[in-house]
Design a binder for this molecule. Structure first.
Ligand code: NDP
Length: 279
């Protein structure tokens, strides 16, 4: 299976399909990521707050896969937005990941938790990591359209991506439209709504008609819409299932039918970025 790439606004190319490790227990991460790399994933999405960067680094180091064939994303802890904290913790992430450079470093959530400044100063700090070569690209996550407008207006620098919640029950068109307007790519988190869309009658019907699984149909829906996804699974057979997306397509009508499942904000599975400020 050849995974297509998306070209970001800084000319980097990111695999459109990756593997997410949110809620992968730290002690199981090296083994889980090793399996994902064996299945064929070459893009791993972690975060300082997942507490499992060490396991990701271990799996990558043991894999023998050339560094330039891998894409590794990590994200800044909410409590570490203060520029000096961001600098220190970024260096610690590189150490845990055993990498000299990450491919993508994101501000994980817009609201700083323990800092009286705001995300604009944090965004300036992330730009330093691109300048010194330790991050190929930088971006944001969970930024609402207002946040994105502000960062671009004040700094003139458009994030390479905005990683936001998107799935059939929360299609997040406002977030996707804002990213598109600014030229940032959309990364869709919780792409199968943590499993909740898999028994939806519409998705099951399309899956049956296509001889595919509900998860494959849902992930294919994201790909057809041009978003980047990284489903998580602890199970090798599901990792394989979620990787086998490139030998079928959905019709525009099928894509529209799935998009119509949107429940607006009540379809969210995660917190509202306007108020979420977890330490
Ligand atoms: P997903 O939508 O990827 O769903 C994961 C859940 O679905 C797990 O419970 C998994 O179970 C199950 N599952 C996976 N594949 C299948 C399948 N084929 N059939 C049946 N069940 C399946 O949720 P996530 O929240 O993990 O989102 C994916 C990634 O997005 C995260 O890992 C993280 O990298 C990123 N993310 C980013 C956030 C942010 O704030 N920026 C927030 C949340 C996620 P099991 O593991 O038991 O197989």
């Amino acid at each position: 299976m050849t995974v297509p790439s998306i070209t970001l606004n800084d000319s980097s190319t990111i695999p459109q399909l990756g593997f997410g490790v949110f809620l992968v227990p730290p002690e199981a991460t090296a083994e889980t990521v090793t399996k994902a790399l064996e299945v064929g994933y070459r893009h791993i999405d972690t975060a300082q707050m997942y507490r499992n960067e060490t396991g990701v680094g271990e799996a990558i180091a043991a894999s023998g896969i050339p560094r330039d064939e891998l894409w590794v994303t990590t994200k800044l802890d909410n409590a570490l937005h203060r520029p000096d904290d961001a600098r220190r913790s970024f260096a610690e992430s590189l150490e845990r990941l055993r990498l000299e450079r990450v491919d993508l470093f994101l501000i994980h959530w817009p609201l700083p938790t323990l800092y009286d400044g705001d995300f604009v100063s944090t965004w300036h700090t992330l730009a330093e990591f691109v300048q010194d070569g330790r991050a190929r690209s930088v971006g944001v996550s969970n930024f609402l359209p207002d946040h994105l407008d502000r960062i671009v207006e004040v700094t003139g620098v458009v994030p390479a991506v905005n990683q936001i919640e998107v799935h059939p029950y929360f299609t997040n068109e406002a977030g996707r439209e804002a990213a598109r307007r600014h030229g940032a790519a959309v990364e869709a988190w919780s792409p199968i709504a943590r499993g909740d869309v898999l028994d939806d009658p519409v998705i099951m019907k399309i899956a049956e008609a296509r001889g595919r699984t509900p998860s494959q149909v849902t992930l294919r829906w994201h790909l057809e819409r041009g978003d980047i996804v990284f489903p998580k699974s602890l199970h090798e057979e599901r990792m394989r299932e979620n990787f086998e997306l490139f030998d079928f397509t959905l019709t525009p009508d099928e894509v529209a039918e799935i998009s119509a499942l949107d429940q607006g904000p009540s379809g969210r599975r995660g917190p509202d970025p306007a108020t979420f400020a977890r330490i």
